[in-house]
Design a protein around this ligand. Structure first.
Ligand SMILES: [Zn+2]
Length: 686
């Protein structure tokens, strides 16, 4: 028997061999197809039990076969695994396309939605049916044949254009570099950046140093390089990539692609009956309308602009005192800001690290969530994993019943993809035939313990761990029995970061830090003096950061909402309008940052960039209940669990939020957490 097909409660990682993968995935795909065909055999009335329950189960089974493969490819990569993984991708994507355009399945599910049975189903079952029908519609299945054909053509063309957009950005980024032979030209750069530049030069068999437009090379130059001309040169090259401006003007130019992408998005949205692409994008999100989003962004701008202006004046004053006898340009601001930050707070992550040994942080994290949600987390031993450092834990309820299980893989390794993430192996499922608890993988890339010294985390890494654990809890503490809307499944894009960002708040609280910090040698918790500096540094230039994000979010929403075929995209006209309203730092006329804005032109953030701020508002507002009632208040914790974490995608996120908080979210808590003034404290004569 093939271990990938034994869908037990945990994957048998010790027995999965690369050569199993392709046959196992092929076999499962074939079985899934057969299962769906059988479900759709004619001559019967469709209902939940004979169609949707088995559909949910068969798709969950496919997920459980594929999930360990994707996971191994990410955390224990090898040529054999990678090859097998890649060989499966086209087959899985073909299956997805097939399923998304399956007329028979669409008609059968529609029949259930229109049958008298529908009203008798539970909310989660109803929601899962609504989601399936919605996704079918958004895929164009309900269009008349001619329009459906046009819709398919547009999707194909868009996918080509979006990937060319990304290629142009990559090519333009790679095309530019600057060899440096005199170290004096790089004065101000930290040693890590110097080493990176040396390495880049060596890779091209050059002496000295090589600067490139890759972010890890660009960022230290713009932040630390004392040579103003060098900063200006890199800034110019960086912000004109893939455009009609700058050192490579006209090469890899994305201008016409951007126009066509916006035109086709608009046309496809209209084919589906939406007024604009922005309306289409919000169909699957928590925010109700483009106007609603713009109002939200404007509100934040109104409360941030004055302070952003003050922060800019602050850095300008500082620069003058440092001897800058010129106007501060876009390439000067990060440089003087960093100098000011260092002078004012002198706080480095290195100073905090000894207080955050990983074992202490993990056990503190468990204590926090155990108190909040009334759960018990215990380590499970003897489980086969992909690496000896990986630990496995069970989450149990007060009555001892199992809620979920997770793999915790904290340390960086050469065969492991970078970053931190949470992913699912199994989703909660309860049907007449089966029942299973959710299983999650929590993956980080912290430095491993060396020579008997524990792994010491930076405060940023502590926040990362809490963030990913928040996603994990959302997945594992669900009480929804229908997998497609249980845990993180079926949750709106702009609501998915609520549980994760919410958990981050505990990393800034004195009482919680007493649990999660402890000096690795003395056991002493984080000293007050360090805590105070950490808190002040947190708010440094927060309004300037806020208005920058608002500028991106507004231009993204407006370019999709105000698109007019008669006038074309008008991208930079719109950007100018937005900047006049919310920007405090004036960008030079040659700046073409939209030409490399892959999030919205080739990623999934089109008419969705606001989600970052949206989730911050939700999580800050949710946490403010704990600020009022106590950060370990278990009644508030249970409410968050019952109304949000337990519900998954089974109901509209705004309904869930209202049930938890007793009202809709307001921006006040985020403003306060950002060191800005909440609306309620603004007085007329202030
Ligand atoms: Zn996240």
């Amino acid at each position: 028997m093939n271990p990938l097909l034994e869908t037990g409660d945990l994957p048998a990682f010790d027995r999965i061999k690369a050569e199993h993968i392709v046959p196992a995935v092929e076999q499962t795909l074939q079985e899934t197809r057969l299962c769906i065909d059988r479900l759709l055999e004619p001559d019967h009335d469709f209902n939940w039990q004979n169609l949707l329950a088995p559909l949910e189960e068969t798709l969950e089974r496919l997920h459980k076969v594929w999930s360990p493969v994707g996971h191994l490819n990410a955390v224990r990569n090898s040529p054999a695994i990678r090859e097998a993984y890649k060989a499966c991708l086209p087959q899985l994507s073909a299956f997805d396309t097939e399923l998304g355009h399956h007329q028979g399945l669409y008609r059968a599910i529609k029949a259930v939605a229109e049958s008298p049975e529908f009203a008798t189903l539970d909310t989660a079952q109803q929601k899962s049916i609504e989601h399936r029908l919605r996704d079918f519609r958004l895929g164009g299945i309900a269009l008349p044949p001619e329009q459906r054909q046009r819709y398919k053509e547009i999707q194909q063309r868009l996918s080509d254009l979006q990937s060319t957009f990304q290629d142009n950005v990559l090519d333009a980024t790679a095309a530019w570099n600057k060899p440096i032979s005199d170290a004096a030209q790089l004065s101000g750069l930290p040693e890590s950046a110097m080493a990176l530049a040396r390495q880049a030069a060596a890779r091209k068999e050059l002496d000295g140093w090589l600067l490139t437009l890759d972010f890890p090379s660009y960022f230290p130059v713009i932040t630390y390089a004392d040579d103003r001309n060098l900063r200006a040169e890199l800034y110019t090259a960086y912000t004109t990539r893939a455009s009609d401006q700058g050192p490579h003007a006209g090469q890899w130019d994305n201008s016409t692609l951007m126009d066509e992408i916006l035109a086709l998005r608009h046309e496809s949205a209209q084919l589906l009956g939406f007024e604009t692409y922005a309306d289409y994008s919000l169909e699957t999100k928590m925010a109700s309308s483009p106007e609603h989003v713009l109002q939200f962004l404007n509100d934040l701008a109104e409360h941030s602009l004055a302070q952003a202006q003050a922060e800019l004046s602050d850095v300008e004053d500082f620069a003058r005192k440092q001897g800058a006898d010129h106007k501060l340009e876009a390439w000067d601001i990060p440089y003087y800001s960093e100098k000011l930050r260092q002078q004012r707070y002198a706080l480095s992550q290195e100073e905090l690290k000894p207080y955050f040994p990983d074992r202490r942080v993990v056990s503190g994290l468990f204590q926090v969530v155990q108190q909040l949600y009334g759960i018990e987390i215990t380590e499970r031993s003897g489980v086969a994993t992909w690496h000896p450092d990986v630990r496995v834990f069970d989450i149990r309820e007060a009555d001892g019943s199992l809620s979920g299980c997770f793999f915790l893989d904290l340390y960086a390794r050469p065969d492991k993809r970078g970053g931190a993430w949470m992913d699912s192996y199994a989703t909660r499922l309860k049907s007449r035939a089966h029942s299973q608890a959710p299983v999650a993988y929590l993956t980080c890339n912290f430095s491993p313990p060396v020579d008997g010294q524990p792994s010491l985390l930076t405060h940023d890494e502590v926040i990362t761990l809490f963030h990913e654990f928040g996603h994990g809890l959302h997945h594992m503490l669900t009480r929804i029995d229908t997998p497609s809307v249980a845990g993180i499944n079926g949750v709106a894009w702009d609501a998915i970061e609520l549980p994760s960002q919410f958990m981050e708040n505990w990393c800034w609280e004195r009482e919680a830090l007493a649990l999660i910090s402890g000096h690795f040698e003395t056991g002493e918790t984080l000293p007050d003096e360090l805590y105070e500096r950490m808190q002040s540094a947190r708010h440094f230039q927060s309004a300037m950061r806020m208005v920058r994000q608002l500028e991106f979010a507004m231009v993204d929403m407006r370019m999709h909402h105000e698109y007019d075929p008669a006038h074309g995209a008008r991208l930079y006209t719109l950007l100018d309008e937005v900047r006049k309203r919310v920007a405090v730092v004036q960008a030079p006329a040659f700046n073409r940052f939209l030409h490399s804005f892959t999030h919205i032109f080739s990623g999934g953030y089109a008419a969705g960039y606001y989600s970052y701020k949206w989730a911050e508002v939700l999580s800050a507002d949710a946490f403010s209940l704990f600020e009022d009632n106590g950060i370990f208040d278990s009644a508030s914790g249970r409410r968050f669990r019952d109304e949000i974490l337990a519900q998954g995608g089974s109901r509209e996120p705004m309904d869930l939020y209202r049930a938890f908080r007793g009202r809709e979210p307001t921006i006040d808590a985020l403003l306060r957490h950002s060191g800005l003034i909440p609306a309620s404290e603004v007085t007329v004569d202030a």
